[in-house]
Design a protein. Structure first.
Length: 437
């Protein structure tokens, strides 16, 4: 393998600063193996542009020298016509590997695995195993662990490289085995795989089929890359934006507007219900204009509490701290939280009315105490409702098989705005009828 003077990431960054023709020429001049190491560090747009610009020989050389997991990630993002073109340029063995990896579900850990690892047989001696490692180790993704398989290629153990280095050459591999190993089934979702990596503090884990056949390994860096992409999408969704296909700086203006417009239109139409709700209580507002003064305060408190709760629950679901079966625990905890938070805000609201009334900053009329009680009680109930809504909506979405991140902060806030007005004016009517209403 050719040795790069600089790290591949630095070379990719340096090439990216060049114009298109200079970049393509500089990349073509790299040795074959170096092409495969540098190519994954380009952004998607540059990768696609290079793939379409390089000749068949140069592109085939690049693709065949890519790590299988990097190549699979590349094919996931390429257009269908380019995927077909690239697959046909692969060598027979590499083509079989690529098609095998692409055939797994997009969210399964198998999509991230690489077949580049070292496996040995239990009847081998340590000396033979070390010779095997020296012969094939350069191509392996990692040499921290060596995997022991039987005649049917079923995984039966894994050994740390240190165990072999410290053992006598004449010892058999089976004498070093304890049959205590960790593996992940090919169909396991990527998020669950991260939990396994975290639990056992491993940098790489073997991937096995349903019958225990060893088919590849996955390294923690590939898992973290996928989790980073997922978290980015969730954050964008939670902000009321469809996930971006590229980075913010590379997304065209028209595409950026398109990704944001959909949610804004839905939220705008939903917010129109707020005006409808206020119109329903038009008579009450005419007789007691003072009620309208507190509308922004009331609905923003409910929306903020709902957004807080949704943020906490969505993150807990993403980290695996909460499961669907925990809905009752969540409801009880958030109900108490909502009551306590509502009581705090309600008390502040009442004190505010009291101070303004007593100091003459504003005259709420002869029934100012009842206005204060109406506002305080409404805050308690609306914050409670916002907290329960924000915490339960993500759970309901997950129960329906949808992404909990869809319960974005704007969505929860809009829901609580509309329902909060109904609660506020209903409470006000209860306390103020016969007084100012």
């Amino acid at each position: 393998m050719d040795i790069l003077v600089k790290h591949p990431a630095d070379i990719a960054e340096q090439f990216s600063a060049l114009d298109e023709k200079e970049r393509n020429l500089a990349f073509m001049l790299l040795p074959g193996r170096d092409k495969g190491e540098v190519f994954p560090y380009f952004d998607l747009a540059t990768q696609e542009e290079l793939a379409r610009s390089l000749g068949d020989k140069e592109l085939a050389e690049t693709l065949n020298n890519l790590e299988p997991d990097d190549r699979t990630a590349l094919f996931e993002d390429f257009p269908d016509d380019l995927i077909k073109y690239c697959v046909n340029l692969l060598e027979k063995k590499q083509r079989e590997i690529a098609l095998n990896l692409i055939g797994y579900r997009p969210d399964s850990v198998a999509r991230l695995m690489t077949p580049l690892y070292i496996q040995v047989r239990p009847e081998w001696s340590v000396e033979r195993a070390l010779q095997h490692i020296k012969r094939y180790g350069k191509k392996a993704e990692t040499l921290n662990f060596i995997y022991v398989v039987d005649r049917n290629n079923r995984l039966i153990d894994d050994l740390r490289i240190g165990q072999l280095l410290l053992a006598d050459n004449s010892q058999l591999i089976i004498d070093l085995m304890d049959s205590n190993f960790i593996s992940i089934v090919t169909t396991t979702p990527i998020e669950q795989s991260l939990e396994i990596f975290d639990k056992y503090d491993r940098a790489a884990l073997p991937i096995v089929s349903e019958n225990g056949t060893l088919v590849g390994i996955v390294t923690i860096d590939d898992i973290l890359d996928q989790i980073k992409e997922r978290d980015t999408e969730d954050i964008q969704k939670f902000g009321g934006v469809q996930e971006l296909d590229m980075s913010y700086t590379r997304t065209p203006l028209t595409q950026l507007v398109k990704k944001r417009a959909g949610w804004l239109v839905v939220l705008f139409l939903s917010e129109m219900l707020t005006a409808s709700a206020m119109g329903y209580f038009d008579a009450e507002i005419e007789r007691a204009v003072v009620l309208a003064l507190f509308v922004p305060l009331i609905i923003s408190s409910g929306g903020n509490s709902g957004s807080q709760a949704a943020s906490l629950i969505i993150r807990s679901l993403a980290l695996g701290e909460l499961k669907l079966r925990d809905w009752w625990y969540v409801m009880r905890k958030e109900a108490l939280s909502g009551l306590m938070l509502g009581a705090i805000l309600g008390a502040i609201g009442f004190v505010r009315i009291l101070v303004w009334q007593q100091t003459g900053l504003f005259d709420y009329g002869p029934y100012w105490e009842w206005v204060g009680i109406s506002v305080a009680t409404s805050l308690v109930l609306i914050v409670l409702w916002g907290t329960l809504s924000g915490s339960l909506i993500p759970l309901l979405l997950k129960r329906c098989g949808l992404d909990p991140a869809t319960a974005s902060a704007p969505f929860v806030a809009t829901l609580v705005d509309v329902t909060g007005l109904l609660i506020y004016f209903t409470i006000a009517a209860m306390f103020l009828t016969g007084k100012i209403l």
